[in-house]
Design a protein around this ligand. Structure first.
Ligand code: XBP
Ligand code: MG
Length: 245
């Protein structure tokens, strides 16, 4: 069967559009913990382990289960986690607005090429929508938000990556079949989510994810500066024609 032509690029955000984790989200979590008067601190290595849990609220909860079990008996635990996460988001938005999280190499070029070629752009991420909008605004200007036909973010789905829910949510709103799309991801959780939804996936590695297992990816690249849109499209097509889904 001849593979459908590539019609849409679906971008992950954290670790893919920008290296937001170590110097963005992590720093914001720690600032929120300080502001809340907690003695909690996530260093670079500890945060790397916590990244196995996607989603900020879920990550805080995992940390509490592992390292702050006293908190588990609080009747308003979920509410306290939500409040902490709101504090974290406020810090994160300020960090991103200050320009500390530039786009990764090649991202702006691929976005421009995709727009010029008339491809649809979309986002599938576990982070909150306001974080996505802030990142796009800080790096490309507020108008860039409108470049994306669909932005799937945060709690719009019940199950975060590695569950495929956010990809299903985005595909439905793009009115596209998965094989008409290419996902750009940086992590094994992101790859699992896209693959489970049937979307061919190119990985760009980062510091936190470079040792993960990317079996089942169309390609694994150091970053997007080493690829053109034509190459991404050709790799996606070749992968489909070899029946890899
Ligand atoms: C990224 C995440 C996000 C951020 C935090 O995963 O797990 O949760 O670390 O964002 P992916 P929030 O790149 O696979 O989408 O605190 O807004 O949840
Ligand atoms: Mg990611």
């Amino acid at each position: 069967m001849l593979a459908a032509m590539l019609q849409a690029l679906i971008f992950d955000v954290d670790g893919t559009l920008a290296d937001t984790e170590r110097d963005g989200h992590r720093v914001a979590f720690n600032a929120a913990f300080r502001q809340a008067g907690l003695g909690w601190h996530w260093d670079v290595a500890a945060y790397g382990e916590l990244l196995a849990v996607t989603g900020g609220k879920e990550r805080i909860m995992r940390y509490i289960q592992r390292s702050q079990p006293d908190w588990l008996t609080q009747p308003d635990l979920a509410e306290r986690v939500r409040t902490l996460h709101d504090l974290k988001t406020a810090h994160y938005l300020r960090l991103v607005a200050s320009g500390q999280t530039p786009l990764r190499p090649g991202v702006a070029t691929i976005l421009a090429a995709a727009r010029a070629a008339g491809l649809q752009l979309a986002i599938a991420t576990t982070t909150r929508l306001e974080n996505v909008n802030q990142l796009l605004t800080a790096t490309l200007g507020a108008e860039a938000i409108t470049w994306f036909a669909v932005i799937g973010a945060g709690d719009v789905v019940a199950e975060k990556k590695p569950a495929p829910d956010i990809y299903y949510w985005v595909l439905e709103r793009l009115h596209r079949a998965p094989e008409q799309c290419l996902a750009l991801e940086d992590s094994a959780a992101g790859l699992a989510a896209a693959r489970a939804a049937g979307v061919p996936t190119v990985i760009t590695l980062n510091e936190y994810t470079r040792d993960q297992d990317f079996h089942g990816a169309v390609k694994v690249l150091p970053d997007l500066s080493v690829a053109t849109l034509a190459q991404l499209s050709a790799w996606q097509r070749d992968w489909l024609e070899r029946g890899r889904l």
